[in-house]
Design a protein around this ligand. Sequence first.
Ligand SMILES: Nc1ncnc2c1ncn2[C@@H]1O[C@H](COP(=O)(O)OP(=O)(O)OP(=O)(O)O)[C@@H](O)[C@H]1O
Ligand SMILES: [Mg+2]
Length: 283
Amino acid sequence: MARRKKLYEGKAKILYEGPEPGTVIQYFKDDATAFNAEKKAVIAGKGVLNNRISAHLMTELEAIGIPTHFIRSINMREQLVRSVDVIPIEVVMRNIAAGTLSKRLGLEDGTILPRPLLEYYYKKDELGDPLVGEDHIFTFGWADPYELEEIAAMAWRVNDFLKGLFAGIGLRLVDFKLEFGRIWGENGELYLVLADEISPDNCRLWDMQTGERMDKDRFRFDLGDLVEGYQYIAKKLGLIPESGIVEGGNINEKLAENLDQIENEVANARRLRDLKASKPRKL
Ligand SMILES: Nc1ncnc2c1ncn2[C@@H]1O[C@H](COP(=O)(O)OP(=O)(O)OP(=O)(O)O)[C@@H](O)[C@H]1O
Ligand SMILES: [Mg+2]
């Protein structure tokens, strides 16, 4: 295979040049980091599970009309996505207090918020991704008011949808982080799409019965085996067999390679529905 050009290596993923202009390949690594990369580990199987879960959630969101960067799964660790200009804002939606919100406002973890809370963080590792308000976003030109309005509307829809989806498998969606990107059409029109990943790396998911954390907090706070939690979620979503695909640090590659059929059938059916089907923004 020809050597692909590496475009970017982040903490959890590598981006490679895609086969066609306007596409990139997302490679999901097994690296886990927390607290702005102060804590690090390599956890066999994490990348495979996140790739699978993210492909599925993006596909489901496309199906309700949320434009995403997802094109199709390639193999157990890679997916083809549209290349976007990432808006440097982490969009966080919270239903229940946890993490930095509890800390910042002195709330007890698990406090149910009176209404979902939408927050923005400036994507800048050197600064520890600081919380910002809408005015910071406009003042520094990270996004304009029209874009932010669309982003917020999408984030609320994603929350409503994912909350229901996870409740259906006995998991409480506590909070999650989204990233959005810009794509320009042939005539210079601008489209906003959901990018990056949606996985237990950036969602908090608590078991409704037991309160057990199934997400990356297992790693952050040593609450249990991370892959066990991620596999639990993937099994409940019907994405991997009950027997699991990772055991004792070993990935059953044969099993893992054949999991993307259904997602790709859906993606293929939708592939030709190009971006023109979603609403462009006037410049
Ligand atoms: N469709 C896309 N096109 C271009 N860039 C993307 C796309 N989807 C995600 N990205 C970017 O690729 C990187 C993904 O890598 P990873 O998640 O490992 O980054 P990271 O180390 O967490 O860094 P960051 O703080 O930038 O997220 C992120 O910077 C993300 O914003
Ligand atoms: Mg990231």
